[in-house]
Design a protein around this ligand. Structure first.
Ligand SMILES: *[C@@H]1O[C@H](CO)[C@@H](O)[C@H](O)[C@H]1NC(C)=O
Ligand SMILES: *[C@@H]1O[C@H](CO)[C@@H](O)[C@H](O)[C@H]1NC(C)=O
Ligand SMILES: *[C@@H]1O[C@H](CO)[C@@H](O)[C@H](O)[C@H]1NC(C)=O
Ligand SMILES: *[C@@H]1O[C@H](CO)[C@@H](O)[C@H](O)[C@H]1NC(C)=O
Ligand SMILES: *[C@@H]1O[C@H](CO)[C@@H](O)[C@H](O)[C@H]1NC(C)=O
Length: 145
């Protein structure tokens, strides 16, 4: 009995700490994806406006890569636990544009994860090449410590 009491105390503290931290996914911060690209999302404002910076690890010409701005929106549903979002990246080193859309989830291990799908629009010189100018892909982001 004397020995069981501290154990119960530790257990209740652990459970109490758990219930105090709601399972929420917050877009603000620095993220890395499955390709080794990183992005930083600045604090989202009260209307859901979202801005940040993207460091890609991949490009058709990787020696030209530069940090590029991103701009978009986050949905502010109440309560904001696992918000949907979308943003555009303006690649500063090419004529391409990428749009991302996704959702900020808390996975079964309690870890925040961004599941996204993107469209990359390449610049082509004439309308005959339009058919090959759009690429699609997916990326999974986790928080970069
Ligand atoms: C997300 O995190 C930022 C910075 O840590 C904080 O300012 C903001 O209030 C958080 N947003 C929500 C919805 O919890
Ligand atoms: C992104 O790149 C900039 C400039 O190269 C660098 O200063 C910054 O630390 C990088 N951020 C991340 C999260 O990789
Ligand atoms: C992303 O961040 C990691 C860790 O700081 C760094 O090693 C890597 O070079 C960064 N990648 C890019 C593309 O900035
Ligand atoms: C890639 O970018 C570098 C630096 O801007 C440039 O010198 C080189 O010619 C480019 N290569 C191609 C294949 O466009
Ligand atoms: C978007 O990228 C282009 C380079 O392609 C640059 O000239 C322009 O200033 C950028 N605009 C913004 C708002 O970042």
């Amino acid at each position: 009995m004397v020995q069981a009491t501290p154990l119960l105390l530790v257990l209740s503290l652990a459970l109490g700490a758990h219930s105090l931290s709601p399972r929420k996914c917050n877009l603000t911060g620095t993220w890395k994806n499955d390709l080794g690209s990183n992005m930083t999302i600045l604090p989202v404002d009260e209307k859901g406006n979202l801005a940040g910076l993207y460091n890609t690890s991949v490009a058709d010409n990787s020696s030209k890569i530069h940090q590029s701005p991103l701009l978009g929106f986050q949905k502010l549903t109440n309560p904001i636990h696992q918000p949907t979002f979308g943003f555009t990246v303006n690649w500063t080193f090419s004529d391409s544009i990428t749009v991302f859309t996704g959702q900020c989830f808390v996975d079964k291990h309690g870890k925040e994860v961004l599941k996204t799908t993107w469209l990359l629009r390449l610049h082509v010189n004439n309308i005959e090449d339009d058919w090959k100018a759009t690429r699609i892909g997916t990326n999974v982001f986790t928080r970069l410590k």
